[in-house]
Ligand binder design. Structure first.
Ligand code: DGL
Length: 263
């Protein structure tokens, strides 16, 4: 029997509110999603698993990413979770159907919520949209297809691969970051909105936004999935203190140290 809070409403409808979520990422980056879920107070308990031994996923092919994701799913089956969120955009781009077919509990990716967050922002369809993600995410075309279906035609997708190691090094500002931003962005016109389609990019969100003089709207996977879960039955503020347990395929202590810094 799954652990969940049972809320009795006056109308005598009984709702089961999920209280324990599994968060999966290729490494540390998914902690940005953990942070948003904690800020929204959506879950009593978060079980986080980062596949630190095999990060990055964003440079790997779809079959490898799917195999790794299915292995992580087996790990989560030990924890009686109510639902699983794949914080990793690269996994969300390639492995959601396979995860859903094998999970036995709901599985959410972050791409659909990111696209819905753009829709909810209410920008005119003439707006210029920039999608940033790993090679695996951008190569899947998932964001691009979804955004075009919303009616946005003025769209560009980029894989600024050097952002991931910079964030892993804790470089969130300064000259190295500035010249890396220049390297990727100097030729492109200022976007009106940017999809931060990689777990690591929220940590350099300010630098990305400030690079462009018009300070574009940023869509952050963590915020997008938190709002999406709220629309799908999770209740904000069910807890003020979320219990977080962190697992990693290699060096969990290093991941716990990063969590202390980032959260
Ligand atoms: N977590 C990955 C993502 O959001 C970024 C890091 C990686 O390449 O594994 O796509």
């Amino acid at each position: 029997m799954k652990k969940s809070s049972i809320i009795h409403h006056p109308s005598s409808i009984t709702l089961n509110i999920p209280t324990k979520v599994g968060i999966f990422d290729s490494g540390a980056g998914g902690l940005t999603v953990v942070k948003s879920l904690m800020e929204h107070g959506l879950f009593d308990e978060i079980v986080y698993y980062g596949d630190t031994a095999r990060v990055p996923y964003g440079t790997k092919d779809p079959a490898t990413i799917t195999r790794y994701a299915l292995e992580a799913l087996e790990f989560f089956k030990n924890f009686d979770i109510d639902l699983l969120v794949t914080a990793c955009n690269s996994v969300s781009a390639h492995a959601i159907p396979e995860l859903r077919a094998n999970a036995g509990f709901p599985v959410y990716g972050v791409i659909e919520p990111g696209i819905l967050a753009l829709e909810n922002a209410g920008l005119p369809h003439s707006s210029r949209i920039l999608v940033l993600g790993t090679r695996a995410t951008v190569g899947s075309g998932r964001y691009q297809r979804g955004i075009k279906e919303l009616g946005f035609e003025n769209l560009q997708a980029l894989s600024p691969s050097l952002f991931v190691p910079l964030v892993e090094e804790g470089i969130f500002e300064g000259a190295i970051l500035k010249s890396t931003l220049d390297y990727y962005f100097k030729e492109i016109p200022s976007p009106d909105a940017i999809i931060l389609g990689c777990t690591h990019f929220p940590l350099i969100a300010d630098a990305i936004r400030d690079y462009f003089p018009n300070r574009p709207l940023l869509i952050h996977s963590g915020e997008a999935i938190a709002q999406h879960l709220e629309r799908n039955g999770c209740k904000p503020g069910i807890t003020e203190e979320t219990k977080l347990t962190i697992f990693a395929s290699e060096n969990p202590d290093a991941l716990k140290q990063i969590a202390k810094k980032w959260l």
